[in-house]
Each structure stands twice: as structure tokens, then as C-alpha cells.
Design a protein around this ligand. Structure first.
Ligand SMILES: [Zn+2]
Length: 237
């Protein structure tokens, strides 16, 4: 791994070693041909004690991560934040293997977060990303998004990271494929919502496909969100 030190403050040593070991594990799970360059920055000043912020973005061969706030103390929660973020950004790098990721934000982020949850689940204890808890927090976020009306065309964080990830994971399970394989098929289309729904029907069957279409295009404000998500997974919306 190449870590370029463009930091305003020295990155805590534990973060560097965490990123080094976890990026190797995750890159292997994603089948990345080579490790992207990691541009890691750290700004401790100007933030409230105990508050941790990560801002990150990825390109084809580069990940930029800006740690801000109180990262000096190594803890399970802080390590979890690091590995979850890394899994998400490496998923974006993986997306570039299927060409420029020109899909709408809902699919771009939804697929990346679903890939991250899948990879952390496959990795298990060595990654320590607590994917089951991550999935629950995405379900809650999706519940918030469903309370604001239908999902089609949405770009807000609750919709894309919450429902986008939940939707993609549900489709992968119903079509008995990995999220990475599903993304590869999606990337071969025009990457629109219509193309995704056609792919869902082709891979998971017509009843599931119709149910998935309703999940995106119907208004579930009056239905308890856990029920809507459960019915999506069963293909019974
Ligand atoms: Zn992202």
C-alpha cells in the first residue's frame, strides 16, 4: 500500500496499520487487480472532543480519506468506522472495473454499500466491521426514507445508502448471485432504473420483479417500514 502523507496532522499510527491490513483483506474479497493509492489526511483541530468524522471519495486507482476530529483513541467503534468506510470506498474502486460508474447516485451508492456489507460479512471477525449491525442501521435509514414517500429518483442519503443498499442486497439474495456479479450485469445496461428493474425481473423472476418495482415506485408512508422491507425481501409487496 502506498500512503501519501499530505496530512495537516500526523495520522494516528493505529489507523495506518488498520487500513494497511484491512485493505489487503478487502481488496482480495473484491478481486481488485491492484491496490489503489491511498491519500490519507487527518485534521484534529477545530472539532469537538469525542467526535469522529470521515469524508472519503474514490476514483479508479485512488482513494482519498479525510479523518477529522478525535481519532487518537483506538476502540472497537473507531476501528469499525475505519473498516466500514474502507469497504465502501474499495467497492467504488471495484465499480470502475466495470467501466465508468455513470449510474444515478441511488444505484452508485446503493451498490457500493451493498458490496461493502457483503464483503464485511464474508470477511467476518478478521475485518470486524459488524455487518449485521451495519445492515440494521441501513434498514433504519431506509425506514426514514420510506416515510418521505416513494423512492424512485431519490438522491438523499437515507434513500441511497439505506434503501439503495437494502434493495440491492434483496435482489442479490433473490437471484442467488453476489452483489459484485449483479453490479457487473447492471453495468452492461444503460444503468437506468428501468434497466435495473428489467434485470431484477430477468434474474429473480417476474413476481419478485413486480414487487421490487412497487418498492421503488409506490408510496409506503402509511405502512410500517420493517414490514415494507420484509415484503420486499419475500417478493410480496
Ligand atoms: Zn460512496
Amino acid at each position: 500500500m502506498i500512503a501519501s502523507a499530505a496530512a495537516q496532522d500526523d495520522l494516528p499510527v493505529w489507523i495506518n496499520s488498520e487500513i494497511e491490513s484491512q485493505s489487503d483483506r478487502l481488496a482480495a474479497l473484491y478481486g481488485l487487480p491492484r491496490m489503489p493509492i491511498m491519500n490519507l489526511q487527518y485534521t484534529a483541530e477545530g472539532h469537538t472532543a469525542g467526535v469522529r468524522i470521515i469524508e472519503a471519495e474514490a476514483e479508479a486507482d485512488l482513494i482519498r480519506v479525510h479523518f477529522q476530529g478525535d481519532w487518537t483513541q483506538e476502540s472497537d467503534a473507531a476501528r469499525q468506522d475505519v473498516v466500514r468506510n474502507l469497504a465502501h470506498e474499495l467497492a467504488h474502486v471495484r465499480q470502475y472495473a466495470s467501466g465508468l460508474p455513470v449510474e444515478p447516485r441511488f444505484w452508485h451508492e446503493g451498490f457500493a454499500e451493498a458490496m461493502a456489507i457483503e464483503a464485511l460479512d464474508q470477511c467476518g471477525a478478521p475485518c470486524g466491521g459488524a455487518p449485521a449491525a451495519l445492515l440494521r442501521s441501513r434498514e433504519q435509514q431506509c425506514g426514514e426514507a420510506l416515510r418521505s414517500g416513494y423512492l424512485s429518483g431519490r438522491t438523499d442519503n437515507d434513500a441511497v445508502y439505506g434503501c439503495g443498499a437494502i434493495f440491492v442486497l434483496a435482489v442479490a439474495k433473490a437471484s442467488d448471485s453476489s452483489v459484485i456479479d449483479l453490479y457487473g450485469s447492471f453495468a452492461a445496461t444503460d444503468r437506468s432504473e428501468a434497466a435495473m428493474l428489467a434485470l431484477v425481473q430477468e434474474r429473480a423472476g417476474r413476481p419478485f420483479g413486480l414487487s421490487a418495482r412497487r418498492f421503488l415506485k409506490s408510496d409506503y408512508r402509511l405502512v410500517p417500514a420493517p414490514q415494507t422491507i420484509r415484503d420486499l425481501r419475500r417478493g410480496k409487496l
